[in-house]
Design a protein around this ligand. Sequence first.
Ligand code: NAX
Length: 328
Amino acid sequence: SVQPVRVAVTGAAGQIGYALLPRIAAGEMLGPNQPVILHLLERDDPKALAALEGVVMELQDCAFPLLRGVVATSDINKAFDSVDYALLVGAKPRGPGMERADVLKDNAAIFKVQGRALNESAKKSVKVCVVGNPANTNAMIAAANAPNIPATNFTSMMRLDHDRAMAQIALKLGASSVADVEKLVVWGNHSATQYPDLSNAVIKGKSVAKNVDQEWVRNTFIPTVQQRGAAIIKARGVSSAASAANAAIAHVRDWVLGTNGRIVSMGIPSDGNPYGVKEGLLFGFPVTCQNGQYKIVEGLQWDEFGKGAIERTIKELQEEKDAVKHLL
Ligand code: NAX
Protein backbone atom coordinates (compact mmCIF):
# COMPACT_ATOMS: atom_id res chain seq x y z
CA SER A 1 0.00 0.00 0.00
CA VAL A 2 1.08 3.59 -0.64
CA GLN A 3 2.69 5.33 2.33
CA PRO A 4 1.01 8.58 3.42
CA VAL A 5 2.75 11.86 2.70
CA ARG A 6 2.72 14.84 5.03
CA VAL A 7 1.24 18.12 3.83
CA ALA A 8 1.65 21.30 5.87
CA VAL A 9 -0.84 24.13 5.45
CA THR A 10 -0.28 27.40 7.30
CA GLY A 11 -3.11 29.76 8.16
CA ALA A 12 -5.23 26.63 8.18
CA ALA A 13 -8.19 28.24 9.98
CA GLY A 14 -8.42 31.04 7.42
CA GLN A 15 -10.74 31.35 4.45
CA ILE A 16 -8.47 29.74 1.90
CA GLY A 17 -7.57 26.98 4.34
CA TYR A 18 -11.25 26.18 4.77
CA ALA A 19 -11.69 25.74 1.02
CA LEU A 20 -8.38 23.97 0.54
CA LEU A 21 -8.16 21.30 3.23
CA PRO A 22 -11.15 19.14 2.25
CA ARG A 23 -9.90 19.00 -1.31
CA ILE A 24 -6.40 17.92 -0.30
CA ALA A 25 -7.90 15.29 2.00
CA ALA A 26 -10.17 14.11 -0.82
CA GLY A 27 -7.15 13.38 -3.03
CA GLU A 28 -7.63 16.20 -5.50
CA MET A 29 -4.10 17.53 -5.06
CA LEU A 30 -1.94 14.42 -4.95
CA GLY A 31 -4.19 11.90 -6.62
CA PRO A 32 -6.83 9.37 -5.55
CA ASN A 33 -4.30 6.77 -4.39
CA GLN A 34 -2.14 8.97 -2.20
CA PRO A 35 -3.00 8.98 1.52
CA VAL A 36 -2.16 12.20 3.36
CA ILE A 37 -1.43 13.39 6.86
CA LEU A 38 -2.31 17.07 7.27
CA HIS A 39 -0.14 19.37 9.38
CA LEU A 40 -2.11 22.50 10.20
CA LEU A 41 -0.43 25.62 11.53
CA GLU A 42 -2.19 28.59 13.07
CA ARG A 43 -1.15 31.59 15.11
CA ASP A 44 -0.79 31.13 18.83
CA ASP A 45 -4.04 32.94 19.47
CA PRO A 46 -7.07 31.46 21.29
CA LYS A 47 -9.56 32.47 18.62
CA ALA A 48 -7.46 31.16 15.75
CA LEU A 49 -6.77 27.89 17.55
CA ALA A 50 -10.44 27.40 18.45
CA ALA A 51 -11.38 27.94 14.81
CA LEU A 52 -8.69 25.45 13.84
CA GLU A 53 -10.19 22.88 16.17
CA GLY A 54 -13.50 23.35 14.40
CA VAL A 55 -11.83 22.74 11.06
CA VAL A 56 -10.26 19.55 12.38
CA MET A 57 -13.68 18.35 13.59
CA GLU A 58 -15.15 18.97 10.16
CA LEU A 59 -12.30 17.12 8.48
CA GLN A 60 -13.01 14.17 10.76
CA ASP A 61 -16.68 14.40 9.91
CA CYS A 62 -15.94 14.15 6.20
CA ALA A 63 -14.58 10.64 6.85
CA PHE A 64 -12.10 10.96 4.01
CA PRO A 65 -10.60 7.54 3.30
CA LEU A 66 -7.26 9.09 2.28
CA LEU A 67 -6.87 11.23 5.40
CA ARG A 68 -4.59 9.28 7.73
CA GLY A 69 -3.98 11.88 10.41
CA VAL A 70 -4.16 15.55 11.35
CA VAL A 71 -1.61 17.51 13.36
CA ALA A 72 -3.09 20.86 14.43
CA THR A 73 -0.68 23.17 16.18
CA SER A 74 0.76 26.63 16.69
CA ASP A 75 4.24 25.13 17.05
CA ILE A 76 5.96 25.76 13.76
CA ASN A 77 8.50 22.95 14.06
CA LYS A 78 5.74 20.44 14.75
CA ALA A 79 3.81 21.83 11.82
CA PHE A 80 6.75 21.32 9.48
CA ASP A 81 8.09 18.11 10.99
CA SER A 82 9.06 15.74 8.13
CA VAL A 83 6.61 17.33 5.71
CA ASP A 84 6.78 16.51 1.99
CA TYR A 85 4.72 19.52 0.90
CA ALA A 86 4.11 22.92 2.44
CA LEU A 87 1.40 25.34 1.37
CA LEU A 88 2.23 28.63 3.02
CA VAL A 89 -1.10 30.40 3.06
CA GLY A 90 -1.16 32.21 6.40
CA ALA A 91 -0.09 35.81 6.30
CA LYS A 92 -1.03 39.13 7.75
CA PRO A 93 -3.69 40.85 5.68
CA ARG A 94 -3.45 44.50 4.77
CA GLY A 95 -5.44 46.36 7.40
CA PRO A 96 -6.97 49.84 7.22
CA GLY A 97 -4.39 52.55 6.83
CA MET A 98 -1.54 50.11 6.22
CA GLU A 99 0.87 50.81 3.41
CA ARG A 100 1.97 48.09 1.03
CA ALA A 101 5.44 48.49 2.56
CA ASP A 102 4.08 47.69 6.05
CA VAL A 103 2.45 44.48 4.79
CA LEU A 104 5.67 43.59 3.07
CA LYS A 105 7.69 44.07 6.26
CA ASP A 106 5.33 42.16 8.57
CA ASN A 107 4.96 39.25 6.20
CA ALA A 108 8.62 39.16 5.32
CA ALA A 109 9.36 38.54 9.00
CA ILE A 110 6.86 35.64 9.07
CA PHE A 111 8.40 34.01 6.00
CA LYS A 112 11.89 34.30 7.37
CA VAL A 113 10.81 32.32 10.43
CA GLN A 114 8.98 29.79 8.25
CA GLY A 115 11.96 29.34 5.92
CA ARG A 116 14.17 28.58 8.91
CA ALA A 117 11.66 26.17 10.39
CA LEU A 118 11.27 24.34 7.08
CA ASN A 119 15.04 24.10 6.88
CA GLU A 120 15.18 22.58 10.33
CA SER A 121 12.14 20.32 10.31
CA ALA A 122 10.83 19.53 6.83
CA LYS A 123 12.13 16.88 4.44
CA LYS A 124 14.97 18.28 2.34
CA SER A 125 12.88 17.43 -0.70
CA VAL A 126 9.88 19.46 0.52
CA LYS A 127 7.97 21.23 -2.24
CA VAL A 128 6.75 24.65 -1.14
CA CYS A 129 3.94 26.74 -2.63
CA VAL A 130 3.57 30.24 -1.19
CA VAL A 131 0.10 31.75 -1.37
CA GLY A 132 0.31 34.41 1.35
CA ASN A 133 1.02 37.85 -0.05
CA PRO A 134 3.28 39.29 -1.28
CA ALA A 135 3.66 35.71 -2.48
CA ASN A 136 6.70 36.01 -4.75
CA THR A 137 8.84 37.94 -2.32
CA ASN A 138 7.69 35.79 0.60
CA ALA A 139 8.77 32.66 -1.30
CA MET A 140 12.13 34.26 -2.04
CA ILE A 141 12.64 35.09 1.65
CA ALA A 142 11.69 31.57 2.78
CA ALA A 143 14.12 30.07 0.26
CA ALA A 144 16.93 32.36 1.39
CA ASN A 145 16.42 31.19 4.96
CA ALA A 146 16.42 27.49 4.10
CA PRO A 147 19.94 26.80 2.85
CA ASN A 148 19.59 23.01 3.10
CA ILE A 149 16.57 22.87 0.82
CA PRO A 150 17.09 23.54 -2.91
CA ALA A 151 15.92 27.08 -3.72
CA THR A 152 14.10 25.66 -6.73
CA ASN A 153 11.70 23.91 -4.32
CA PHE A 154 10.26 27.30 -3.32
CA THR A 155 7.51 28.54 -5.62
CA SER A 156 4.79 31.16 -5.49
CA MET A 157 1.25 30.82 -6.70
CA MET A 158 0.59 32.56 -10.03
CA ARG A 159 -2.02 30.00 -10.92
CA LEU A 160 -5.01 32.02 -9.82
CA ASP A 161 -3.93 34.80 -12.18
CA HIS A 162 -3.35 32.21 -14.91
CA ASP A 163 -6.77 30.64 -14.45
CA ARG A 164 -8.47 34.03 -14.29
CA ALA A 165 -6.86 34.94 -17.61
CA MET A 166 -7.86 31.58 -19.15
CA ALA A 167 -11.45 32.18 -18.11
CA GLN A 168 -11.57 35.70 -19.56
CA ILE A 169 -10.27 34.48 -22.92
CA ALA A 170 -12.68 31.55 -22.99
CA LEU A 171 -15.58 33.89 -22.20
CA LYS A 172 -14.53 36.42 -24.82
CA LEU A 173 -14.09 33.91 -27.62
CA GLY A 174 -16.87 31.55 -26.62
CA ALA A 175 -14.62 28.53 -26.20
CA SER A 176 -16.71 25.49 -25.37
CA SER A 177 -14.31 24.73 -22.51
CA VAL A 178 -11.70 26.81 -20.70
CA ALA A 179 -9.40 23.83 -21.17
CA ASP A 180 -9.28 24.61 -24.90
CA VAL A 181 -7.19 27.71 -24.14
CA GLU A 182 -3.49 26.90 -24.28
CA LYS A 183 -0.11 28.65 -24.20
CA LEU A 184 -1.26 31.49 -22.03
CA VAL A 185 1.32 32.94 -19.62
CA VAL A 186 1.13 35.24 -16.62
CA TRP A 187 4.59 36.72 -16.17
CA GLY A 188 6.12 38.42 -13.17
CA ASN A 189 4.72 39.33 -9.81
CA HIS A 190 1.42 38.19 -8.28
CA SER A 191 0.31 41.81 -8.01
CA ALA A 192 -1.23 44.48 -10.18
CA THR A 193 2.00 44.63 -12.25
CA GLN A 194 1.65 41.02 -13.43
CA TYR A 195 1.60 40.64 -17.20
CA PRO A 196 -1.16 38.33 -18.44
CA ASP A 197 0.16 37.56 -21.92
CA LEU A 198 -2.13 36.08 -24.55
CA SER A 199 0.17 36.79 -27.49
CA ASN A 200 1.12 33.11 -27.84
CA ALA A 201 -2.22 31.70 -26.72
CA VAL A 202 -4.28 29.42 -28.94
CA ILE A 203 -7.74 27.90 -28.79
CA LYS A 204 -7.80 24.53 -30.53
CA GLY A 205 -4.65 25.57 -32.36
CA LYS A 206 -6.01 28.95 -33.51
CA SER A 207 -4.29 32.17 -32.43
CA VAL A 208 -6.18 34.08 -29.75
CA ALA A 209 -4.37 37.36 -30.52
CA LYS A 210 -5.57 37.30 -34.14
CA ASN A 211 -9.18 37.02 -33.00
CA VAL A 212 -9.31 39.85 -30.48
CA ASP A 213 -8.42 43.48 -30.94
CA GLN A 214 -5.49 45.10 -29.18
CA GLU A 215 -7.80 47.64 -27.60
CA TRP A 216 -9.64 44.84 -25.76
CA VAL A 217 -6.37 43.19 -24.73
CA ARG A 218 -4.89 46.35 -23.23
CA ASN A 219 -7.94 48.12 -21.85
CA THR A 220 -10.15 45.24 -20.77
CA PHE A 221 -8.41 41.85 -20.62
CA ILE A 222 -5.20 42.83 -18.83
CA PRO A 223 -6.78 45.17 -16.24
CA THR A 224 -9.63 42.71 -15.58
CA VAL A 225 -7.14 39.96 -14.74
CA GLN A 226 -4.85 42.28 -12.78
CA GLN A 227 -7.72 43.75 -10.76
CA ARG A 228 -9.78 40.59 -10.33
CA GLY A 229 -8.81 40.16 -6.69
CA ALA A 230 -10.06 43.66 -5.90
CA ALA A 231 -13.29 43.02 -7.84
CA ILE A 232 -13.97 39.90 -5.76
CA ILE A 233 -13.34 41.77 -2.52
CA LYS A 234 -15.73 44.50 -3.66
CA ALA A 235 -18.42 41.95 -4.51
CA ARG A 236 -18.02 39.52 -1.60
CA GLY A 237 -16.65 41.77 1.09
CA VAL A 238 -13.82 39.27 1.58
CA SER A 239 -11.06 38.11 -0.72
CA SER A 240 -11.15 35.16 -3.10
CA ALA A 241 -11.00 31.85 -1.29
CA ALA A 242 -12.59 29.06 -3.33
CA SER A 243 -10.74 30.11 -6.48
CA ALA A 244 -7.49 30.68 -4.58
CA ALA A 245 -7.73 27.22 -3.01
CA ASN A 246 -8.50 25.73 -6.41
CA ALA A 247 -5.43 27.39 -7.86
CA ALA A 248 -3.22 26.10 -5.04
CA ILE A 249 -4.50 22.57 -5.66
CA ALA A 250 -3.81 22.92 -9.39
CA HIS A 251 -0.33 24.38 -8.78
CA VAL A 252 0.84 21.53 -6.58
CA ARG A 253 -1.01 18.82 -8.51
CA ASP A 254 0.58 19.86 -11.79
CA TRP A 255 4.04 20.19 -10.21
CA VAL A 256 3.81 16.72 -8.71
CA LEU A 257 1.75 14.80 -11.26
CA GLY A 258 2.80 16.67 -14.42
CA THR A 259 1.10 18.84 -17.04
CA ASN A 260 1.27 16.48 -20.04
CA GLY A 261 3.00 19.17 -22.05
CA ARG A 262 0.53 21.93 -21.21
CA ILE A 263 1.98 25.29 -20.20
CA VAL A 264 1.07 26.71 -16.80
CA SER A 265 2.34 29.77 -14.92
CA MET A 266 4.37 29.30 -11.74
CA GLY A 267 6.38 31.72 -9.64
CA ILE A 268 9.88 30.22 -9.55
CA PRO A 269 13.38 31.49 -8.81
CA SER A 270 14.90 33.01 -11.92
CA ASP A 271 18.25 31.61 -12.92
CA GLY A 272 18.73 34.58 -15.24
CA ASN A 273 17.83 32.60 -18.34
CA PRO A 274 16.35 32.25 -20.87
CA TYR A 275 14.35 35.45 -20.55
CA GLY A 276 17.00 37.63 -18.92
CA VAL A 277 15.08 38.14 -15.68
CA LYS A 278 17.70 38.90 -13.07
CA GLU A 279 18.88 35.90 -11.09
CA GLY A 280 17.40 35.63 -7.62
CA LEU A 281 14.03 37.22 -8.35
CA LEU A 282 11.07 34.95 -7.88
CA PHE A 283 9.14 35.44 -11.07
CA GLY A 284 6.05 34.09 -12.83
CA PHE A 285 7.22 32.04 -15.82
CA PRO A 286 5.65 29.62 -18.28
CA VAL A 287 6.53 26.08 -17.27
CA THR A 288 5.67 22.50 -18.03
CA CYS A 289 6.03 19.84 -15.35
CA GLN A 290 7.08 16.22 -15.54
CA ASN A 291 8.31 13.70 -12.96
CA GLY A 292 7.90 16.19 -10.12
CA GLN A 293 10.03 18.86 -11.80
CA TYR A 294 9.05 22.08 -13.51
CA LYS A 295 10.87 23.35 -16.54
CA ILE A 296 10.75 26.84 -18.07
CA VAL A 297 9.28 26.97 -21.56
CA GLU A 298 11.81 28.71 -23.76
CA GLY A 299 11.49 30.73 -26.90
CA LEU A 300 8.34 32.79 -26.33
CA GLN A 301 8.56 36.34 -27.67
CA TRP A 302 7.43 39.67 -26.25
CA ASP A 303 6.38 42.60 -28.42
CA GLU A 304 7.26 46.18 -27.44
CA PHE A 305 4.18 46.46 -25.22
CA GLY A 306 5.07 43.15 -23.55
CA LYS A 307 8.65 44.26 -22.96
CA GLY A 308 7.41 47.38 -21.17
CA ALA A 309 5.06 45.32 -19.02
CA ILE A 310 7.84 42.89 -18.11
CA GLU A 311 10.15 45.76 -17.18
CA ARG A 312 7.54 47.18 -14.81
CA THR A 313 6.93 43.91 -13.00
CA ILE A 314 10.69 43.24 -12.72
CA LYS A 315 11.15 46.72 -11.27
CA GLU A 316 8.46 46.10 -8.65
CA LEU A 317 9.94 42.75 -7.63
CA GLN A 318 13.38 44.33 -7.39
CA GLU A 319 11.96 47.07 -5.14
CA GLU A 320 10.27 44.47 -2.93
CA LYS A 321 13.56 42.58 -2.75
CA ASP A 322 15.48 45.75 -1.82
CA ALA A 323 12.95 46.49 0.94
CA VAL A 324 13.55 43.12 2.63
CA LYS A 325 17.26 42.63 1.91
CA HIS A 326 18.09 42.55 5.64
CA LEU A 327 16.12 39.27 5.82
CA LEU A 328 17.86 37.51 2.93
P1 NAX B 1 -7.48 34.80 6.22
O1 NAX B 1 -7.18 36.04 6.95
O2 NAX B 1 -8.88 34.29 6.13
O3 NAX B 1 -6.61 33.61 6.83
C1 NAX B 1 -5.27 33.73 7.13
C2 NAX B 1 -5.00 32.84 8.32
O4 NAX B 1 -3.60 32.83 8.53
C3 NAX B 1 -5.66 33.33 9.61
O5 NAX B 1 -6.41 32.29 10.18
C4 NAX B 1 -4.46 33.74 10.47
O6 NAX B 1 -4.70 33.47 11.85
C5 NAX B 1 -3.37 32.86 9.92
N1 NAX B 1 -2.01 33.36 10.12
C6 NAX B 1 -1.56 34.62 10.05
N2 NAX B 1 -0.25 34.67 10.33
C7 NAX B 1 0.13 33.40 10.55
C8 NAX B 1 1.37 32.81 10.91
N3 NAX B 1 2.47 33.54 11.08
N4 NAX B 1 1.40 31.47 11.06
C9 NAX B 1 0.30 30.72 10.92
N5 NAX B 1 -0.90 31.23 10.60
C10 NAX B 1 -0.98 32.56 10.42
O7 NAX B 1 -6.84 34.99 4.77
P2 NAX B 1 -7.09 34.15 3.44
O8 NAX B 1 -8.22 34.75 2.71
O9 NAX B 1 -7.11 32.70 3.77
O10 NAX B 1 -5.78 34.53 2.60
C11 NAX B 1 -4.49 34.11 3.02
C12 NAX B 1 -3.41 34.80 2.18
O11 NAX B 1 -3.54 34.48 0.81
C13 NAX B 1 -3.43 36.32 2.26
O12 NAX B 1 -2.09 36.77 2.44
C14 NAX B 1 -3.89 36.74 0.88
O13 NAX B 1 -3.39 38.00 0.52
C15 NAX B 1 -3.31 35.64 0.04
N6 NAX B 1 -3.90 35.44 -1.29
C16 NAX B 1 -3.05 35.11 -2.30
C17 NAX B 1 -3.48 34.84 -3.57
C18 NAX B 1 -2.53 34.43 -4.66
O14 NAX B 1 -2.98 34.32 -5.81
N7 NAX B 1 -1.24 34.20 -4.42
C19 NAX B 1 -4.91 34.98 -3.91
C20 NAX B 1 -5.81 34.85 -2.77
C21 NAX B 1 -5.33 35.50 -1.49
O15 NAX B 1 -5.74 36.85 -1.50
